[in-house]
Write a protein that binds this ligand. Structure first.
Ligand code: ZN
Length: 214
């Protein structure tokens, strides 16, 4: 499966009523024609109701903003279309596709101090941590033995993809959605929890994914 940054956040579409749960999978139709429409099937992330409280607060703020900027009738129409379920769908898709971006703030701290703060989640780290969507990078499939590394070489949000190993001719370019240093069981748990699939990449098969207890 692929992450998907290419999202069309539409009001309550035909997918509503489908199984809820993070990563409810659908069989992808063949891609052809309008890429935005054809990739819609990849936007499968669903967070079970009720939505997290921060999302409820953000949605309420959105409606307040709409109410302040629209006439009364238009506000009612907007509020019906852009309801909490719509907002939750959109946020689910965003969370499915974002990359965590950690930059190290060097202001007033040594490199070692800044790196330690980043790992510990302290105030220095908070200055340089965030999330971002990348239209291309989010389309790469996952492998636990990826041929591409996701890097932020400029210590900013500019993402680069660099070959992590030799790539065979015709080999699919992949990235890892999880820590490749983790064991197979932890990787499988993380991927299923966050992305809704069980990885069957060559490394997982070799390491026994699908065996009892996995
Ligand atoms: Zn795998």
């Amino acid at each position: 499966m692929a992450r998907l940054a290419c999202m069309r956040l539409r009001p309550r579409g035909p997918e509503r009523g489908e199984e809820l749960g993070v990563g409810a999978l659908r069989s992808p139709p063949p891609a052809r024609g309008d890429p935005l429409s054809d990739l819609q099937h990849l936007c499968h992330a669903r967070v079970p109701p009720p939505p997290p409280e921060p999302w409820r607060e953000q949605h309420a703020a959105l409606l307040r903003g709409l109410a302040a900027g629209l006439a009364g009738k238009a506000t009612a129409v907007a509020c019906r279309a852009l309801d909490l379920a719509w907002y939750s769908d959109g946020m689910s898709r965003l969370h499915l596709n974002v990359f965590r971006v950690d930059t190290i703030s060097m202001h007033g701290a040594s490199l070692l101090q800044a790196a330690a703060a980043s790992l510990g989640g302290g105030p220095v780290a908070a200055l340089g941590a965030g999330s971002a969507l990348y239209a291309l990078a989010s389309l790469f499939n996952h492998s636990c033995d990826p041929c591409l590394d996701v890097q932020f070489p400029g210590n900013n949000a500019l993402l680069t993809l660099r070959a992590a190993r030799d790539v065979d001719a015709g080999e699919q370019l992949t990235i890892s959605y999880v820590d490749v240093g983790a064991g197979v069981t932890q990787r499988q748990r993380s991927l299923h929890h966050a992305y809704g699939f069980r990885c069957r990449c060559a490394r997982c098969v070799e390491e026994g994914a699908g065996s009892a207890g996995d």
